[in-house]
Design a protein around this ligand. Structure first.
Ligand SMILES: NC(=O)c1ccc[n+]([C@@H]2O[C@H](COP(=O)([O-])OP(=O)(O)OC[C@H]3O[C@@H](n4cnc5c(N)ncnc54)[C@H](O)[C@@H]3O)[C@@H](O)[C@H]2O)c1
Ligand SMILES: [Zn+2]
Length: 355
């Protein structure tokens, strides 16, 4: 099945990949992957006989690789192995690979074709779709990049079977966010799903629904001028937790920080936009049961607030901006919330998590 934006939900992975590389001469096919994705997913790609002799570029796993030096090494490899404007880069991996590979491809020779084959849950429902590509720079995440979509994104949920629980939970937080942005029925399906013993067929179907939510939003507002800000739900406070966790040498995976950010931001939605209390409690209970608390006390609030003020999505540091909800699917971007109320939401988060 193919969506409008060329997102393909694979029925037969080998023939679906084959269809996408038609017309590209064999010596112009390049595969970019990292050590972890290669270990678990490369053999499936090698079932595509036309890719057996494709040039393989392997980089170390982890976000530390998402930097300009790695991009230069990818460009170097392309130059040394006869890359031309007709080359195609196949990005096989999680968000680190699709972000970096998309960026490298978009710049090389002023843009070559690339396809994304996300292998993590976060990659499938978020990073590989929507066209944002980039790298970390100068100590800042995603500081350099371009928005330009892959020629296609191939979704093969069977890759999720080898993913560790923390990475499953990380992607699942973005799915919860998409559920909150769409409708109560889809949200309930997510809350009732057994994430500890996942039924991968069901999860694949929920991935498809989740991607449609992001696609719909990005289609209306590709440049993040209005509705795309909805995708920041949970991220204003979540990013502050994430950044703080890194400065304290107790790093959290992105989605774990977002899940905790959702608790605080649903509280703000309830308080200021009348989001129904029972639905808020259903979501925060699910998060409490499945995610680990990030330990903070009220002494940390000022630092967290400063991080929110300086978040790059916040254009004016005198205010902190939120996307809030008045109901599941009723989205209010650009809500300014005062410091004291943000602190109250952090109190709520600590009460819920029992810290
Ligand atoms: N472009 C966007 O819109 C967007 C959105 C969200 C996140 N991101 C970016 O995505 C990145 C995070 O992505 P991620 O969470 O996928 O992390 P990741 O790409 O670092 O992958 C996480 C780990 O899983 C391993 N792995 C990959 N596939 C596997 C599989 N099938 N089985 C077992 N292990 C596997 C990887 O080797 C890695 O060690 C960040 O750099 C973030 O900035 C981008
Ligand atoms: Zn996110």
């Amino acid at each position: 099945m193919t969506s409008k934006n060329n997102i393909i939900f694979c029925k037969d992975f080998v023939s679906d990949v084959n269809a996408q590389i038609q017309g590209v001469s064999l010596e112009q096919l390049f595969i970019l992957t990292d050590t972890g994705s290669k270990k678990h997913c490369y053999s499936a790609l090698m079932q595509v006989s036309a890719l057996k002799n494709a040039h393989l570029i392997e980089i170390p796993a982890g976000d530390d690789s998402k930097n300009i030096n790695t991009v230069v090494s990818v460009w170097q490899f392309l130059c040394e192995h006869g890359g031309t404007r007709k080359s195609m880069l196949i990005n096989l991996g999680g968000g680190m690979i699709t972000d970096l590979g998309g960026f490298a491809a978009n710049i090389f020779k002023r843009g070559i074709k690339f396809i994304n084959i996300p292998t993590t849950l976060l990659g499938m429902v978020d990073a590989a779709v929507g066209g944002k590509t980039g790298i970390n720079f100068n100590g800042l995440k995603n500081e350099i990049g371009v928005i330009h979509s892959a020629s296609c994104v191939l979704i093969n949920p069977s890759f999720l079977q080898s993913l560790d629980k923390n990475n499953v939970l990380s992607g699942y937080a973005e799915m919860l966010k998409h559920g909150l942005l769409s409708n109560y029925k889809d949200l309930q399906a997510l809350l009732n799903f057994d994430i500890n013993e996942p039924d991968f067929n069901k999860l694949g179907e929920m991935v498809r629904i989740s991607i449609e939510v992001k696609e719909h939003i990005v289609e209306i507002d590709p440049g993040e001028k209005g509705l795309r800000k909805a995708l920041n739900l949970g991220h204003t406070i979540g990013h502050a937790f994430e950044s703080y966790s890194h400065t304290q040498a107790r790093p959290m995976l992105h989605g774990h920080a977002i899940a905790l950010g959702l608790i605080a931001e649903l509280y703000l939605s309830y308080k200021f936009k009348g989001f129904p209390q029972d639905k808020m409690m259903q979501v925060v209970t699910f998060i409490k049961e499945n995610y680990t608390a990030f330990d903070i006390t009220c002494k940390d609030y000022d630092t967290l607030y400063a991080l929110m003020q300086h978040d790059k999505k916040n254009s004016d540091i005198s205010h902190v901006n939120f996307t809030l909800l008045s109901e599941v699917g009723n989205i209010h971007p650009d809500c300014i919330v005062e410091k004291e109320d943000i602190f109250n939401s952090l109190d709520f988060y600590r009460d819920i998590m029992g810290i």
